[in-house]
Write a protein that binds this ligand. Structure first.
Ligand code: PMT
Length: 400
């Protein structure tokens, strides 16, 4: 209960029958000592009168971007800054779609855009609307940006359908809100992470690349941030949104990634090398597009610096987790890299097709450290990242 004492909670309510449950959520938050301000969308007002929330929260309910009276008390940018946590409950399918696309056509969406911190949403809608591919895709993309998706629950719905789409009960939401304020295992630690591929130029239009999408590394960045760390992500070229709250430095080549990592590493407590760095670059990049001809051509390749080894050679090296992408002898090759690169831990994945490694949404990792190992069995990369950050934090904290 003490976790949210005096915490400032901004509760957004969108149009849905579950809006009646938001009243109970406000009551529970107030009882736990939180300060609550409520923002309603126009559709929400079709379900519950603002006066209900005003009576429970003890504050005027915000409903309109152009409300001069409300703006004179606290304008919408101030309101976004005021909040320690923003939660939207219930979050309708329409709100979720607009949030993804960055709309600001009502006060609640404007506040979400103006908020620096992660927003949590509790979806509530008809089960068919929830299962619709458009909603599923929208939720998936919001999640990858760092928006917390709480629920929905399964069960009987107001419309008579049965399935997923019920808003989580207020008690469950209170527990999740409290969880956001409990200190994470990496609280106050600085974590530097590499992710994605590198591109090594051949000429102005071609490059040597690899199949890394960045999904594994980005999921690790999100989880490290959620565990309370200050996270810097050095990312190769990928088409992923930056996770909320994470500092991203974009690079293209292995040399650029090397320089970015070495400029950021001092002060880092932990380093995670998840990027698939090209081992070689083209010795001489052609200044003009290489013309097609019937003859064979040869590219001379020069070895790139090993970023991971450069970090572990530092005098004040951070606690370091490397990755091993292997097509054969997974454990043997990973154990060799753990030793050769002077790592504290290594996470090995089987690559070259199937449900693990490059490109897939899932992964399986064999994690090794001097004197021990643990298997993180096949799961979504988000879940694998959560388990790996947990394991890493336990090992790091055991040394402290
Ligand atoms: O991005 P995804 O599509 O989600 O795929 C995830 C992944 C398969 C890329 C990821 O899980 C992974 O295995 N990353 C490491 C890929 C790799 O390059 O492995 P490696 O065994 O070749 O390299 C060993 C370690 O040395 C890695 O930590 C790598 O980041 C590091 N390295 C390698 C070469 C180099 N020049 N500098 C390095 O720092």
């Amino acid at each position: 209960m003490e976790l949210i004492f005096k915490k400032k909670i901004l509760l957004g309510v969108t149009g849905g029958i579950a809006a009646y449950k938001s009243a109970e959520l406000i009551r529970l938050l107030i009882k736990a000592g939180a300060e609550v301000r409520v923002v309603m969308t126009p559709a929400a007002r079709e379900f519950v009168q603002p006066l209900t929330y005003q009576a429970l929260s003890g504050h005027k309910v915000y409903t309109d971007v152009f409300d001069a009276e409300a703006e004179s008390a606290m304008d919408h940018i101030e309101l976004a800054r005021w909040a320690d946590l923003m939660i939207v409950a219930p979050a309708s399918a329409n709100f979720i779609a607009k949030l993804l696309d960055g709309y600001a056509d009502n006060l609640l969406l404007t506040l979400c855009l103006a908020s620096k911190q992660a927003v949590a949403i509790a979806p509530a809608m008809n089960q068919q609307m929830y299962l619709n591919q458009a909603t599923q895709d929208n939720i998936h993309r919001l999640k990858s940006r760092g928006v917390k998706i709480w629920g929905p629950a399964q069960g009987e719905q107001a419309c008579g359908d049965v399935g997923p789409g019920r808003m989580l009960e207020p008690e469950a939401l209170l527990g999740l809100i409290e969880g956001r304020f409990s200190p994470g295992k990496l609280s106050g630690k600085k974590v530097l992470i590499t992710a994605g591929p590198t591109h090594e130029a051949i000429d102005p239009v071609r490059y040597i690349g690899n199949r890394s999408t960045g999904r594994m590394g980005y999921a690790l960045a999100r989880e490290a941030f959620d565990a309370g760390a200050e996270v810097t992500l050095v990312s190769g070229p990928v088409s992923l949104d930056s996770p909320a709250g994470v500092d991203r430095i974009s690079v293209t080549s292995a040399l650029e990634m090397h320089d970015a990592v070495l400029s950021q590493v001092s002060g880092a407590d932990l380093f995670i090398a998840c990027a698939a760095v090209a081992d070689y670059r083209v010795t001489v990049v052609a200044p003009q597009k290489i013309k097609k001809s019937a003859k064979n051509i040869q590219l001379e390749l020069t070895p790139n610096p090993d970023i991971l080894s450069a970090v572990t050679r530092l005098e004040n090296k951070p606690f370091t987790l490397g990755f091993a992408a292997e097509t054969e002898k997974l454990e043997q090759n990973a154990a060799d890299k753990l030793k050769r690169k002077n790592l504290d831990m290594i996470a090995a994945n089987q690559v070259g097709g199937g449900q693990t490694g490059f490109e897939s949404d899932t992964n399986e990792l064999l994690v090794l450290w001097p004197g021990g190992k643990q298997m993180l069995s096949l799961n979504h990369k988000n879940e694998i990242a959560k388990q790996l950050i947990d394991l890493l934090a336990d090992h790091y904290n055991a040394l402290e």
